[in-house]
Design a protein around this ligand. Sequence first.
Ligand SMILES: *Cc1c(COP(=O)(O)O)cnc(C)c1O
Length: 376
Amino acid sequence: MNATTITVPQADPGAGYRAHKEEIDAAALRALGSGWYILGKEGEAFEKEYAAWQGQKRAVGCANGTDALALTLRGMGIGPGCTVVTVSHTAVATVAAIEMTGATPLLVDIDPDTFTMDADELVAVLEDPPPGLPPIRAIIPVHLYGQACDLDPMLAACKAHGVMLIEDCSQAHGATLTGRKVGTMGDAACFSLYPTKNLGALGDGGVLTTDDEALADRIGAIRQYGWKERYISDGVGVNSRLDEIQAAILRVKLNYLDAGNARRQAIAAAYDEALAGTRYAAPIRREGSGHVFHQYVLRVPERAALMARLRAEGVATAIHYPSPVHLQPAYRGRTALGPAGCAETARAAAEVMSLPMFPELTDAQVGHVCTVLRGL
Ligand SMILES: *Cc1c(COP(=O)(O)O)cnc(C)c1O
C-alpha cells in the first residue's frame, strides 16, 4: 500500500447527501421555514409520490422500517395469539417488529443460493405447522440484499391457507421479479428509509405501501395514537410518524432512486467481471429477478483472512449479518424454528461478506476494488 492507494468505504451515507446537497438543503430549509414539522404537506406529498413510484394505491410514512412492519401487522389485527413466519438471516428488526405486536415469530431457513426464505420450507410449515404454536396468520419474506424472494409459491400457499403476506422491502426498493416490482405482490410492503438503504433519509424513516385502502386508513390512525380525528382515539395506537424535514429530503432522493439502483447494478457488473477468473463466485441471481444490490455479497469460507487482505489494500468490507437472529443472546433458545433448524442460515452467517456498494462510489474506486479482486 502506498500513499496514493484509494481507500474505499463499504458504505457512505454522507456521499448520498453531498451528491445532491443543493436540492436537499433547499428542501430541508423549505420544511424548516414552513412552521409545520409533523404530518404536513411534505409528508403527504412524499406518500403520494412514493405510492405512485411504487405503483400502489397508498403509502403511509412512519418513523422507521421496524415500525412499518409492526404497524402493518397491527393494522391486520395480528398480535398476541398469532404466529408470524419470517427468516433468521435478516436484520434483527424483522423479528423485533413481530415481537413488538405480541405475536410469536417462527423462523424458517434460507435458500443457500440467494440467501432468501426457502419457499419449500415455508409451504411445508403452512401445511403442517410445528405443534405448540398459535395459528400462523402472516408471513414476512425479506427481499434480502436487493434481490426478490421466490415469492410465487409463497403467495399461492398464503392464499390457500388464508395467511397474510407482508413483503419486507427494506433492502429492495425498486427490485423486480419477472417484471413485477417487489412490494406490489403481497398484501402490504414495508420499507426502511434508514440512511444507507437504497432510498435513505438523513435520519430515521419508514414507509409502507398497500392497495388495501381500509388497511392504509387503519395504519394511518394507529401511527398517531389511534386518532381518526384530532384528540379522539378511535383505537389503541402508538406514535410513529415521519417528520416533515425527512419527508422533504426523501422527496428529493426519490427522484434519484432509479438512477442510484442502475449505478449499483453497473458496479455489481464490474465486480462480477473482476471475480470471473478467481475462485470466488459472483452473487447468484434468481431467474427473472431485477437485483438492485443493496449489498454485493460473496460467500467466503476463509472470511476473516480475506477481509484483512482487502483492508490492507484499502478496501473496506462488512458482514450482513454475523449472527442469525435465533442465535443472538436475546433470542437464543426461545425462538421457534422450522423443521430445517435454520442450518443454511447458520452457514451463511459464517461465510457472507459484503463488498463496497453505494451509488456514489467513483469509477476510480470501483476500478481499484476490481484490481484488488482480480489479484485474489
Ligand atoms: C433496515 C431493515 C429493517 C429495519 O429498518 P429500520 O429503519 O432500521 O427500523 C427491517 N428489515 C430489513 C430487512 C432491514 O434491512
